[in-house]
Design a protein around this ligand. Sequence first.
Ligand code: KIV
Ligand code: ZN
Length: 504
Amino acid sequence: MTPDKNRIYLFDTTLRDGEQSPGISLNSREKLEIADQLAKLGIDVIEAGFPITSQGDFEAVSLIAQKVREPVIAALARAVDADIERAAEALKDAARPRIHTFIMTSDMQIEHQLRKTRDDVLKMAIHAVKKAKSYVDDVEFSPMDATRSDFGFLCQVLEAVIASGATVVNIPDTVGYATPDEFGKLIRDLIEAVPGMRDVVVSVHCHNDLGMATANALAAVVNGATQVEGTVNGIGERAGNTALEEIAMILDTRRNTLGKHTNIRTEEISRSSRLISTLTGYQVQPNKAIVGRNAFAHSSGIHQDGVLKQRATFEIIDPKRVGISESALILGKTSGRHAFRKHLESLGHKLNDEELESAFLRFKDLADKKSEITDVDIEAILADEMRTLLDVFALEYIHVCGGTDETPTATVKLRKNGDIVEKTSQGDGQVDAVCNAIQRATGVTAKLISYNVNAITGGLDAQGDVTIQLDIDGKPVLGRGVSTDIIEASARAYLNAINKALSS
Ligand code: KIV
Ligand code: ZN
């Protein structure tokens, strides 16, 4: 079969570069759920983690390698033996393993961070690729800070790693410094100048420090790159990475002009975005392209009038194409376990009996309080349940009282290994009081960095989705909780952050 030269491969690094965002810490089960969804989305390569960095990362990569069989599973490794051995070990059960090894090539980073010479870097890169190649056939090499590297040296390193067996060379704009014209030209010039470059996959990895990550990746594609790296919702180190949903929808929407396509099942985009936002605690900005909640909302009268007459007047993408459909009333108070399980299955969630039981109880509880329950509500409950599976402390009960002329007081009951801990505390407000009571009950002292509340759907009876960032022992930790009651959602979010800190 002749390779499709117009096919662009998407490499998702949500679980590696995305997880490097401050405060994100996902457990193995959450990472597996994300990897499963990325596979459904049609991602070609999932970078599952950086195994040398922690036992947790190692285990998550191994688990994903065992369970997610269709996409290539990549593990990151610096160009040193110990990293490569650990990556190979984590990938040993993968159907399609890839080791991704990297080393800095800009003089700035070689001198000031690595404290080595160009010659050392060249030797380390060659050695790393050969070493990785002794474990797996598919080896990706990245010259870190490529856009600030000397062009001649960059060519020399790339030629050497291709000769040593690299199958993918990835050009990172590590610090998000390049402009689209420069980056496109760099890719074109490298393809021209480096022997062997036309025989490997040419990949790009752009950061968004100047807001150009998607534009740079697109410029690279136009100039010959065949793999784009990025994350869902554009999360990642500092200002983040190229948002893969943007690349997928640019190539889809402008296919006639650009002539390139991906393997993405675009209808899975919205669900992928919601899952990642829920599990990471990183909310999507409302006006974010493709996945922001306002991306398809028309508020000006002229626009609304146009869309009602003919959608294409002001809408270049049919929302259904990215998986957004009208929120439908799907289940109600009288729905039983069977209907609930069937509906979850239709949404792609398979729960074991215990998980189903606790999700069902939450659903019934919600159905008593909220008249219309949508898929978004159900997914929020499921994510909240998943967050609590490995918890040290479980929330059993809260009681809060207060008012304009009364000091707010809260009592919480938590369960730890079957024992109940009950504490009461006061605070400046009811949320403060409940958080203070949780601190007393868990014995964990935390400093509040940020607090955010969002309504999951419309309506006064909507579930509130609270995201809290705490500083615990000098480390930022995110917590999230949902409930129709804001105080309960806040308590859940606060406890979720404490549980994460205790189990990391
Ligand atoms: O930004 C970067 O350079 C990276 C590399 C590891 C590819 O994340
Ligand atoms: Zn990066």
